[in-house]
Design a protein around this ligand. Sequence first.
Ligand code: ZN
Length: 495
Amino acid sequence: MNSAYERLLGLLHSLHLIHSVQGHLGWDEQVNLPSGSAGFRAEQMAEMARLAHEAASKPELGEALAELETDMAALTEDQRIVVREARRDYDRVVRVPADFVTAKARHSSAAFHAWAQAREARDFAAYAPFIERHIELAKEEADLQGWGDRPYDYAVDLHDPGFSAERISALFAELKSGLVPLVQAIEAKAGDSVSALKGFPVDAQRTFLSEVTARLGFDYHHGRMDVALHPFCEGSGLDVRMTTRFHEDEPLDSLFSSIHETGHGLYAQGLSAEHQATALGHHVGMAVHESQSRMWENQVGRSRALWRFFEPRYRELFGPQLEGISTEELYREINAVRPTMIRVDSDEVHYNLHIILRFEIEQALFSGALAVKDLPEAWNCKCEELLGRRPAHDGAGVLQDVHWSGGAFGYFPSYCLGNMIAAQNWAKARAVLPGLDDDFAQGDFSRLLDWTRREIHDLGKRYETLELVERVTGEPLSPQPLLDYLRERYGEIYL
Ligand code: ZN
């Protein structure tokens, strides 16, 4: 029995190493790649994808699993979890023929370029056939996986196991009914404003965000922060790669996207290094990942308490830029509510409405209630309904996100579910860790980080998201803590 388990571990470890190399190649592509080398990198990535598929579908892997499954009672509880999750992954890989994987990868690559051009030209019609094809492929894949009657649920389950569109709809409906009036009330009070933060030298921005992210607990001996067009975080705990971007006139964009990615990085570094090849050292799903990044970015990063500690240093680095801006004005700038049609630029109050819009549209696309050609109009109408205004053009509307070009349907809900989980965890953390504000004001974030390590990171993928939330907070997942948090923080400023 043991030897089958050891064989399984060896095969999973090898697969994990291949995946980590793929991740770093992808990171390098966005951070370092010389402009003339894209074709060669595409070839390298394709070969790595082939190797990964081969390693993930090895008959030896299936044989080891089958052998272990003949006597699960002989395994420890942790070993059973490893086998259960490895079985799920293995079945998903072998149910899809290699030809299908290649066809989908090829289509994604073509669709990405078509999307980038269409966005630039604001020409949705040129991109529409690529989305249509992606929906066909997604349905075909769901069918191969035995989810033919629920293709959108399959897409959701890929990112957040245990969720369904129905479950998410119920959560989002409750969120929406609380959020829309809150947003309207805040907008009525906030009025129009523009940021007063201009001309922040990039070198000093880099210094400040390194100090902040290290102080939050990110281990720079096992990770780094570089510059890329879009912020992201990839890698496992032994080597985490994060990126940010800098604009002199948008210093808070690079700072908060860095803190966001640091939240992802802290989760990666908190997962068991010893078990990183198996479910015991694997994250739970995208919503939980996002809950970690969001909590550090928003609940912690935008708090008065954190800024009590960091503001003097911020002023030391940016004296001239902050001259005439009071502590209160800086805090309001950090928590500014300014409506935008662009999801990634959205403030915390509006953000979830952008996600609800996408979720409703994706469901309609999959059910056939909405044809791809009618997407722009449907998008604009939903914008008007949820955000009170229409985008000026499709580049700032239906063409703004990269996700669909890669066939990543069912991904958007994770962002909003992550916000809900973040707020629910945060409420629990504050209840069980009194005095967190005092910690933060002294630059000490260790009690909160340790709590997330113990309650979430150490568990790996032992529980699915909904079960984990209930274990951590003692309550089923609910949008209420998020609504309470938004009302508390933004109500204090605006209402
Ligand atoms: Zn994120």
